[in-house]
Structure formats: structure tokens, C-alpha cells
Design a protein around this ligand. Structure first.
Ligand code: EPU
Length: 416
């Protein structure tokens, strides 16, 4: 329950990146021994990944953002449907399992709220590296004696596909070349962690990544996850929509160029201070257009929050989603709050209104739920956001962080 109450002011610490923590946790399958990973955010998805790895026989303990993962004994090479259906990133165990143990049985993720999201490119790459792949009762069964290096071209850059195949290649025999690879900061973070484990990788962050396979890797030792650029971006839109003044501690502006340039065009002001990145806004924002693109383009994971921001900006903003075919589920909810949004295909046209009004609204996926929080913080009256478990998948203590900067936000459980 959120009561819109004007500008939010104060300091917010940015947590470790969910989408870096998840692949780095699965990288622990690649080397026997105790891995220590720092800055792991306390999130539902991270706990789900912990459960998945425990299911395989690893010992996982996560406390105070430090993950200790002991992969000495791996006894089960399966990612079951029950876990994959709650978190698609479970598919990131596929390549590490085949690379180190020669086999994996991983449930095929189905479609999800934001789109069909196939994993054909992960499978194409693994097959090129010599794995035999069969589909049986909704499961991918992959086997290989030892993977071998290959040249792999991605028809479209895929973040988890690039990560999965980078992990396969790290232990393969020979050299792998990944072309048209994803260059997101989270891909670079995984590469840096693998390099710290002894992998030989060059070009992460560029379109072509070259990996020379090695026979063995060592455990990651106190590897620190990068800060979450999407969490930081979400708080930037909150500063913008409430006319607030927030200092984000520990974020990496160099990972957020496209978003920050757009937000500056809209009228937000950024200032690097000794403490962190200060983001403020004191007047009604100006509507701007965006189009989601793979990194370094505007991130699809910020599209929904940006749309909330545009819903009260002056003028009309055109938002084009090019990554996922169904990522406008928040639109119907924002309209219930009085937003003026028209969708045609992958484009939403947002005419800014003076004020939004509080309402009962429903979260449908992680970033959609974040966009509803953004909107509710600036709406007149009270909003009740249902199904906030989506939010807890990817935002560490969001309600607490917001309360500290003055938001009127309460959490309560609801009868189902
Ligand atoms: N695609 C294919 N075939 C594949 C893989 C992807 O056609 O084998 C397509 C997808 O359907 C999509 C495009 O390629 O149209 C890009 O998808 P990508 O594979 O990059 O997405 P992902 O790896 O499944 C990650 C993040 C998402 C984020 C996207 C895009 C993780 C765990 N997830 O997903 O994060 O939206 O990249 O940046 O890293 C979120 O955090 O809320 C979230 C959804």
C-alpha cells in the first residue's frame, strides 16, 4: 500500500546485480571447492538459485550478502520443472553441467509473462560444441564426453545464451568464438569472475568473445558482484516522478549511459558527489521517446518504469519495445491510475497527464511491478499493489529503502 506524498529525499544504497549474481552462482558448478561471492543481493530469485544448486548436492549458504557455495559434491544433474518454471535463469545450469560433468537434464522453460523467450540459441551453440541434445517430456537432455571449441554466431544477441555458452567454452577443448554476443555489464561481470577462476576469455563486452578452453578451473574467491543498474535506474525514475532528490550510493553510472542521457533530456539533474550519484528533479519533466535495444541501448528492463515517468511528463512520449513481444502488461494497470496510453503493436504512445490517481493495481512481472511502485509514489491518494512477490524476485528490500527516503509504503499479506 502506497500513499503518494511528494518528493522523496535521502540516500539509497544500491544492491548487487540480480542478473550478474544468478549466472555467477551457476559458475560454481564449473570448479570443485568452496566459492565465495560478495555483494549477492537478498532476493527471491537468488534463493531459488540457491535451492536449485542445493538440489544438485552443492552446499549453499548466503548470509549478509556473502554466498558460500561448496561444489565438492555434485550428485544430481537436473534442473526440475518446478524450479525452472518459477525462474527462467535456472537454464544457466545447463552449460556448466555439460562442460564439467558431461551431462544435464534441464526442464525447458515455457513462455512467460513478457514473451515466448525460447532457448534455441543456447542449444544451437551447445550442439556446435559437440553435445548431443534430445528433448524428452519437456526436458532438454544434453550429453558430451568433452565439449570442443566452436565458432558460434547468435542471430540475435542473447544475454543468458552468451553467458551459458561462455561457461561451456571455459572448460571445452580448444577455442570458441562467440559472434554477435551480448555485451551487457552482467556478461562482463561473469567473464571477469570466470577469469578470476582461471578461464581465458577476451572480448567480453564486445560483439566477439574469444574463449580458450582450459582443463580445470579453481573456485571463485571473494568475487564481488557489480551493482544493479536496473535497481539504480528504477530509483532514478522515482526521483524524477516525485520531484525528489536521491543520492544513490554504490551505483555505476558508466553502466547506465543510455538511460541517464534520456533522463537528462527529460529534465532530471545528475551530480556525482563524494557520497554517490545525486539525482534530482524540481520541475515537471518533458516527455521523450525511447526504443529498447541490447546494451548499450536503452534497457528493456527499464521500459516499464520509464513509461510510468512519461505518464505524468509534459507532452507525448513514444515507447517502442523491440526485445520482448509482450512487455506492456503494466499499461492496463497504469491506465487504471489515469494514465493516457495507447498501444499499437510494439509501440506505446504516452500522453502525459497532470496527476495519476491511486487505485488497486496488479503486478504481472518483475519490472512491471516496479513501474507500478514508481507510479503509485506520485499518485494522489492510496494505491494497493497486489502480487508483489514479483517485486521481491528482483528488488532487495525495496519498501524499506523507500521508507527511509520518506515514502509512505506498507506491506501486508493478503488472503488468496
Ligand atoms: N532469444 C531467442 N533465442 C534464444 C534466446 C533469446 O530468440 O535462444 C531472444 C528472446 O526471445 C529475446 C531476445 O533474444 O527476444 C533477447 O533475450 P535474452 O536471451 O537476451 O534474454 P534473457 O537472457 O532470457 C536477460 C535478463 C532479462 C532481460 C534480458 C534482456 C537474466 C537472468 N535475465 O534475459 O532480465 O530482460 O536479458 O536484457 O539475465 C529481468 O531482470 O526482469 C529480466 C527479465
Amino acid at each position: 500500500m502506497i500513499k503518494g506524498n511528494g518528493p522523496l529525499k535521502g540516500e539509497i544504497e544500491i544492491s548487487g546485480a540480480k542478473n550478474a549474481a544468478l549466472p555467477i552462482m551457476t559458475a560454481s558448478l564449473l570448479a570443485s571447492g568452496e566459492h565465495t561471492i560478495e555483494g549477492v543481493p537478498g532476493l527471491r530469485d537468488v534463493r531459488t538459485m540457491g535451492r536449485l544448486l542445493s538440489n544438485m548436492g552443492l552446499k549453499v549458504a548466503i548470509e549478509n550478502n556473502l554466498a558460500r557455495i561448496d561444489s565438492l559434491s555434485v550428485t544430481n544433474f537436473e534442473a526440475p520443472y518446478e524450479l525452472v518454471k518459477t525462474m527462467r535463469a535456472s537454464v544457466l545450469v545447463l552449460c556448466p553441467l555439460v562442460a564439467r560433468f558431461g551431462r544435464a537434464r534441464v526442464s525447458l522453460p515455457g513462455g512467460c509473462a513478457i514473451g515466448e523467450r525460447p532457448i534455441n540459441l543456447h542449444l544451437m551453440g551447445l550442439e556446435k560444441m559437440g553435445a548431443k541434445i534430445e528433448l524428452e517430456s519437456g526436458y532438454v537432455i544434453a550429453k558430451a564426453d568433452r565439449l570442443r571449441g566452436a565458432s558460434i554466431y547468435f542471430d540475435t544477441p542473447t544475454v543468458t545464451g552468451t553467458e551459458n555458452l561462455m561457461m561451456a567454452a571455459a572448460l571445452a577443448k580448444g577455442t570458441t568464438i562467440l559472434e554477435n554476443a551480448a555485451g551487457e555489464p552482467e556478461v562482463i561481470d561473469l567473464a571477469n569472475c570466470l577469469i578470476s577462476m582461471g578461464a581465458r576469455i577476451t572480448g567480453a563486452g564486445e560483439r566477439v568473445i574469444v574463449i580458450q578452453g582450459v582443463d580445470e578451473l579453481r573456485p571463485a574467491e571473494n568475487y564481488r558482484i557489480i551493482p544493479d543498474r536496473i535497481e539504480a535506474g528504477t530509483f532514478m525514475t522515482i526521483a524524477g516522478i516525485t520531484g525528489g532528490d536521491l543520492t544513490l550510493i554504490g551505483c555505476r553510472p558508466d553502466h547506465m549511459d543510455a538511460l541517464m542521457m534520456k533522463l537528462k533530456d527529460c529534465g532530471l539533474v545528475f551530480e556525482q558527489t563524494g557520497k554517490g550519484l545525486r539525482v534530482s528533479s524540481s520541475q515537471r519533466l518533458i516527455a521523450k521517446d525511447i526504443k529498447t535495444m541490447p546494451y548499450p541501448g536503452f534497457p528493456t528492463d527499464m521500459q516499464a518504469q520509464f513509461m510510468s515517468l512519461m505518464s505524468t511528463a509534459e507532452g507525448t512520449g513514444v515507447i517502442t519495445e523491440t526485445i520482448f513481444e509482450n512487455r506492456f502488461m503494466h499499461v492496463a494497470e497504469l491506465r487504471r491510475m489515469g494514465a493516457d496510453i495507447h498501444i499499437e503493436g510494439g509501440t506505446a504512445t504516452v500522453k502525459g497527464v497532470e496527476r495519476l490517481k491511486g487505485a488497486h493495481i496488479m503486478a504481472t512481472d518483475l519490472r512491471a511491478s516496479a513501474s507500478l511502485v514508481v507510479a503509485a509514489l506520485a499518485a494522489d491518494g492510496e494505491s494497493t499493489i497486489h502480487r508483489i512477490y514479483h517485486l521481491d524476485r528482483g528488488y532487495e528490500m525495496m519498501d524499506e529503502k523507500l521508507r527511509k527516503v520518506g515514502a509512505l509504503i506498507e506491506r501486508s499479506s493478503e488472503e488468496t
